[in-house]
Design a protein around this ligand. Structure first.
Ligand code: DGP
Length: 114
């Protein structure tokens, strides 16, 4: 998608602090961190949001979540945990229309969200 910020990050047209990259997945630090650890994982393929997932994306999503787990542990969240968040559309608070998993950790987080 030409006008998608995260597609531009995938293509290297917008810089990011990368944590992990393979053929299908990219992980990078959030530009506006809400916790001491706050990074995003995205499929490189443009999927607008979780509502647009297809059954053919099952393996990709499984890999994305396992990578989220692995990187959260690598970044020190294994013992005390973290929050794994997927915002979706307007009511879900999604501001970038490219599916992404937030991983937030390094401090206790309130629940429920506002
Ligand atoms: P959401 O509200 O779930 O759509 O979260 C989008 C997140 O993306 C938000 O926490 C800020 C982050 N973000 C937006 N633009 C950029 C960018 O250009 N670079 C990086 N690293 N993060 C971005």
């Amino acid at each position: 998608m030409d006008d998608c910020i995260f597609c531009k990050i995938v293509k290297g047209e917008i810089p990011s602090k990368k944590i992990y990259e393979d053929d299908e997945i990219l992980a990078f630090h959030d530009v506006s961190p809400q916790a001491p650890v706050h990074f995003l994982l995205i499929p490189k393929k443009h999927i607008r949001n979780i509502m647009e997932l297809d059954t053919s994306d099952t393996a990709l999503l499984g890999r994305l979540l396992f990578k989220a787990q692995e990187l959260a542990v690598d970044l020190g969240c294994g013992e005390k945990g973290a929050r794994f968040v997927i915002n979706c559309k307007e009511n879900g608070g999604q501001t970038v229309d490219h599916l992404h998993v937030h991983v937030l950790g390094g401090r206790p987080l309130d629940w429920p969200p506002g």
